[in-house]
Design a protein around this ligand. Structure first.
Ligand SMILES: O=P(O)(O)OC[C@H]1O[C@H](OP(=O)(O)OP(=O)(O)O)[C@H](O)[C@@H]1O
Ligand SMILES: O=C(O)c1cc(=O)[nH]c(=O)[nH]1
Ligand SMILES: [Mg+2]
Length: 194
C-alpha cells in the first residue's frame, strides 16, 4: 500500500476532518484524522494494518507482542498483531498515567513493538514506552499508521509509519486568526473524566 492508498482509505472513510481541533497534546490544529471512522470498518482496518504489519516485519523482524496506548491504539494494535502472529495488549490511563492493567504481562525475552494510531508530538507514544520499560521484553521500536509530525516527533526509539504528513499544529496562544475564529472541539480521550 502506498502512502496515497492509505490516505485514500482515510479520505473515503470520511476521516480527514477540517475545522478547529484541540489535540491530545493541547496543541490546536485545523485538521484532525478521525481514525475511528477507519476502524469502524473491519475490512478497511484489515487493509491498512496488514500493510503496517509488513512494514514492521521488514524493520524489526519477528514480533511476539504488540502493545498499544488506549483508546485509539487498541483496534490497530490488535489487527496489526493478527497479521504479525503476535499477541495484542494495551496500556491505559490510571490516574492519568499509562500502565498495563487487567493482568496483562510480557514474558522475559519477548520481542515487543509499540503500535500507535496517529503520532502528532509523540507524547502518548513516549508515555506508552515509559510504561513498557517497567516490564520485561525487548523493545524493538514503534510503528504508527500516520505520523503527522512530518518525521519530527522523537520517540527515543525507531518509528515506522505508513504515511508521513506535516500538518500544522499551534500552541493555544499562537493561533492564526482564521483558526481562532472557529469553535474548538476536543475529540480524543486524554483528560476525559468518567
Ligand atoms: O503524538 P501525540 O501528541 O501524543 O498525539 C497522538 C495521540 O493522540 C491521540 O490519542 P488521544 O490521547 O487523543 O486519545 P485516543 O487514543 O482515545 O483517541 C492518538 O490516538 C494518539 O495516541
Ligand atoms: O494529536 C492528536 O490528538 C490527534 C490528531 C489526529 O489527527 N487524530 C487523532 O486521533 N489524534
Ligand atoms: Mg491515543
Amino acid at each position: 500500500m502506498t502512502p496515497n492508498d492509505v490516505l485514500d482509505e482515510f479520505r473515503s472513510a470520511g476521516a480527514l476532518l477540517e475545522g478547529h481541533f484541540i489535540l491530545s497534546s493541547g496543541l490546536h490544529s485545523p485538521v484532525f484524522l478521525q481514525k475511528m471512522f477507519v476502524f469502524q470498518d473491519p475490512a478497511r482496518t484489515e487493509r491498512v494494518c496488514r500493510a503496517l504489519a509488513e512494514k514492521i516485519k521488514e524493520a524489526y523482524g519477528p514480533v511476539d507482542y504488540v502493545v498499544s496506548p488506549a483508546v485509539g491504539g487498541i483496534v490497530p494494535g490488535y489487527e496489526t498483531a493478527r497479521h504479525l502472529g503476535a499477541k495484542a495488549i494495551f496500556v491505559e490511563r490510571e490516574n492519568g498515567v499509562f500502565v498495563l492493567r487487567r493482568g496483562f504481562a510480557i514474558p522475559e525475552g519477548a520481542r515487543v513493538v509499540m503500535v500507535e494510531d496517529i503520532v502528532t508530538t509523540g507524547l502518548s507514544s513516549r508515555e506508552c514506552l515509559t510504561a513498557l520499560r517497567e516490564h520485561p521484553g525487548t523493545l524493538l521500536g514503534a510503528a504508527c499508521l500516520i505520523d503527522r509530525s512530518g518525521g519530527k516527533a522523537d520517540l527515543g526509539v525507531p518509528l515506522v509509519s505508513l504515511v508521513q504528513l506535516d500538518i500544522p499544529a499551534y500552541a493555544p496562544d499562537r493561533l492564526p486568526p482564521e483558526l481562532a475564529a472557529l469553535p474548538a472541539v476536543k475529540p480524543g480521550s486524554r483528560s476525559l473524566k468518567s
